[in-house]
Write a protein that binds this ligand. Structure first.
Ligand code: C2O
Ligand code: CU
Ligand code: CU
Length: 531
């Protein structure tokens, strides 16, 4: 299985005119189109074990201009790891970089001690050996570094990969399932390139308040690539791995998008939309019909940060930190993400859309209680000492020359606040590694009401899955149907959160905003799950 799949991937790359290791190949200068790089595959379905090695390297986002990057098993980003839906899988994570990392399995419903969050750091040179007791629905998940105060810089540098929970039944469901042919993984990010074309991470005051937005869109590390697809129905697994950018996707020719899966797995039936919002941390699986053999460009509208529960919204955010600071969006018009070009030589497995996806809508238990969360986005909270320490550590870890400027950090926190980083929080308190915010009961569900103040936030919960009960305008948007683990909270949302994995106080689960600049600056909390 491993070998033939591997060969298929290489075969596709050759057909598409790309090298077998396209992520390392220099991108063409100027406007010459580059083929969609296929991420390498680590198939653990039979072996029940896989190994990741975090390494420092270089990637050319523009041909001939190397940027310092980090990656897993390769210079930039990581592989697509495939695990079974029910099995104990042993992971081996070695840190060969110069900085502390962690590997959080975003969306995997495993206990807190193997979740890979800020409480399971991996020091330079160290190896982490968690066994993951996987038991959940087939889904497109991902993994990334999650060291408190250093997540934004680490993910930006490339410490992120894809994790597929696979039950082997997609073909029976009538879904395309040939990975790299009619089942494509697209990791979408943005980078800010300097004048010579190097990716830089130097957040401005606006970036710290609103999240860091890039000016260059990458898919699997390549700028607006071209993907060769069979002239039939194709499945796209989309991951928004950007630090802060909301994607709002559509096809240039108005081609319909059929949503088949949300963060935590398949919907009961496909939902057709012409526009698809995907916030940082979210995944969606869509079907697109290329049976007409016409090419289409996947586009996105410019970033829209939404509005908080206050309704003040948009450019008002930032007033808490001494005046208005606007976000740094450079796009004023819709921009291209990737082009899809049907190629007759590629085999068509699926010619028509399935009517149902063979999954029951799984009802959740009645909630045992309600909690309210206000995401404090004014930036005017006072940092706990450990947050300042973490930020200082992140600041001095000068890998890749991406130093963050942190004026005033030597001063006492209160005095430093006026000119240093904004400090965010949840319910009035910035994240504190030493404080557990609450405990929930294993096997129960709770109703969570979540809202921001000035802008929208992608809210993510570790170790749990949830349904959106109520969206900004009532019924959940199409993107927010099904089981999720991350949702864009624009206005106030009501969630039904299901806790199926335990987390002790030594290894609590996080809940946080997935705008990484917000998360690193305190918009995060932690909870335990007790039997
Ligand atoms: Cu994708 Cu707590 O993270
Ligand atoms: Cu997570
Ligand atoms: Cu946020």
């Amino acid at each position: 299985m491993t070998v033939s799949r591997r060969e298929l991937l290489v075969g596709t790359a050759v057909l598409a005119g790309a090298s077998a290791l396209p992520i390392r190949a220099p991108l063409a200068q100027g406007t010459a189109p580059v083929s969609l790089p296929q991420l390498s595959v680590l198939d653990a379905r039979q072996t029940l074990t896989f190994a990741l090695e975090a390494v420092a390297g270089q990637n050319e986002f523009i041909g001939g201009v190397p940027s310092a990057t980090l990656g897993f098993n390769q210079p930039y980003l990581g592989p697509v790891v495939i695990v079974p839906a029910v099995a104990a899988v042993r992971a081996e994570v070695r840190n060969r970089t110069q900085q502390t990392i962690s590997v959080h399995w975003h969306g995997l419903l495993v206990p807190g001690d193997v979740d890979g969050g800020p409480h399971q750091p991996i020091a330079p040179g160290a190896t982490w050996l968690p066994t993951l007791p996987i038991d959940q629905k087939r889904a497109t998940l991902w993994f990334h570094t999650h060291v408190h105060g250093a997540t934004a810089e680490g993910v930006y540098a490339g410490l992120a990969g894809v994790l597929l929970v696979d039950d082997g039944l997609d073909r029976q469901r009538g879904l395309p399932a040939a990975l790299g042919i009619d089942d494509l993984v697209l990791v979408i990010q943005d980078k800010r390139l300097d004048r010579v074309g190097r990716a830089i991470y130097e957040p401005t005051a606006g970036d710290k308040m609103h999240g860091f937005l890039g000016d260059t869109i990458l898919v699997n590390g390549a700028r607006t690539p071209v993907a060769s697809v069979p002239p039939g129905v194709v499945k796209l697994r989309l991951l928004n791995a950007a630090n802060a950018r909301n994607l709002d996707l559509f096809f240039d020719d108005g081609r319909p998008i059929h949503i088949v899966a949300s963060d935590q797995g398949l919907l009961p039936v496909p939902i057709m939309v012409d526009r698809l919002r995907l916030a940082p941390g979210e995944r969606t699986e869509i079907l697109v019909d290329f049976g007409d053999e016409g090419s289409a460009i996947l586009m996105s509208h410019p970033h829209d940060e939404g509005s908080g529960a206050s309704g003040m919204g948009h450019d008002m955010a930032g007033m808490g930190m001494g005046g208005m600071v606007a976000n740094e969006e450079r796009f004023t018009e819709p921009f291209a993400v990737a082009t899809f070009r049907p190629v007759r030589d590629l085999p068509v497995a699926v010619r028509s859309l399935p009517e149902t996806l063979g999954t029951e809508d799984q009802p959740a238990a009645e909630p045992v209680g309600t909690r309210q969360f206000v995401l404090d986005d004014m930036g005017n909270l006072v940092a706990p000492v450990d947050l300042l320490d973490a930020l200082r550590r992140a600041n001095t870890s000068d890998h890749a020359g991406h130093a963050m400027s942190m004026p005033g950090m030597a001063m006492p926190p209160a005095a430093a606040l006026g000119e240093a980083d904004p400090v965010f929080g949840i319910n009035g308190a910035p994240f504190d590694m030493a404080r557990i915010d609450f405990d929930v009961a294993l096997g129960t569900t709770e109703r969570w009401i979540v809202g921001g103040e000035m802008m929208g936030h992608p809210f993510h919960v570790h170790g749990a899955r949830f349904r959106v009960l109520r969206d900004k305008d009532g019924e959940p948007r199409p993107e927010n149907r099904g089981w999720k683990d991350t949702v864009f909270v624009d206005g106030e949302l009501e969630l039904l959160v299901e806790f199926s994995a335990a987390a002790p106080s030594t290894a609590p689960f996080m809940f946080h905003c997935h705008v990484l600049e917000h998360e690193d600056r305190g918009m995060m909390g932690q909870y335990t799950v007790s039997a």
